[in-house]
Design a protein around this ligand. Sequence first.
Ligand SMILES: [Mg+2]
Length: 168
Amino acid sequence: MGFEVALTEALNTRTSLLVKNVAVAGRQTPSQFNAQRSANMQAHSLSLSSLQAFQSLCHGAAVDGGWWNSLAWRDPDARKHFIAGKLALVHSEVSEALEAFRKDLMDDHLPERKGMEVEMADAVIRILDLAGALHLDVFGAAMEKIRYNATRADHLPANRALPGGKSI
Ligand SMILES: [Mg+2]
C-alpha cells in the first residue's frame, strides 16, 4: 500500500471515530477537524520515499562524522551494548527537551529556536541514525501504528473519559 493511501485511510478511520464522539468539550467539531486535516495533508505532501531518504541522510551524516567507527559496532558480542548505548542517547535528548521545557529555554546552538524544539529534533535524528544503521523501516512502522491506533477502543475520547481510561 502506498504511503499516501495509507495516510488517507488512517485519517479517514480517525475522522469516522471522531464523528462518533462529538461531545468532547473544547475540542474541534468533526467538520473543523476534517478541514484542518485536509489543509495539513495538502500543505505537507509526504511520501514514504522522501521520509526514508531523510533517514538515510541522518545515518549518513553520522557515518561521515565517524560516530559509527567504534570497534564495538563490528564485534558481534559488543554490538548489542553499542546499540543499547545509542538508544540511551535518545533518552538523553528527550531529557534535555524536558529540561528546556521546564525552564522555557532557547537553544544554545540555534538561539532563535526553542530548546525543546531542537532537543526533540536531536532525538529524531538519533532515532533515524540508529534505524538507518539497523535497516529498520521506522516510517513504515509508524504509519502502521497510526492506522492501528485509530482502531483502538481505548484511544477513543469517550472511553478515555471513563473511570480507568487513559487520561494522558
Ligand atoms: Mg541535544
